[in-house]
Design a protein. Structure first.
Length: 54
């Protein structure tokens, strides 16, 4: 790529991506935990709460 403001911006973005990657490395469990994947369906909740034996 020829030197240009666009090239400078791409380099800036790549540097920030590397910095972010280094900062969050080893913390993936906190970043990949989603409410939509944890929430129970009404049927699952009912089955868990209405257990006869513990």
């Amino acid at each position: 790529m020829k030197p240009s403001p666009f090239y400078d911006r791409i380099v800036d973005v790549m540097e920030e991506l590397v910095k972010f990657t280094l900062l969050v490395r080893g913390r993936s469990e906190a970043l990949t935990d989603r409410y939509s994947e944890r929430k129970e369906s009404a049927q699952q909740l009912s089955a868990r709460v209405n257990q006869r034996a513990i």
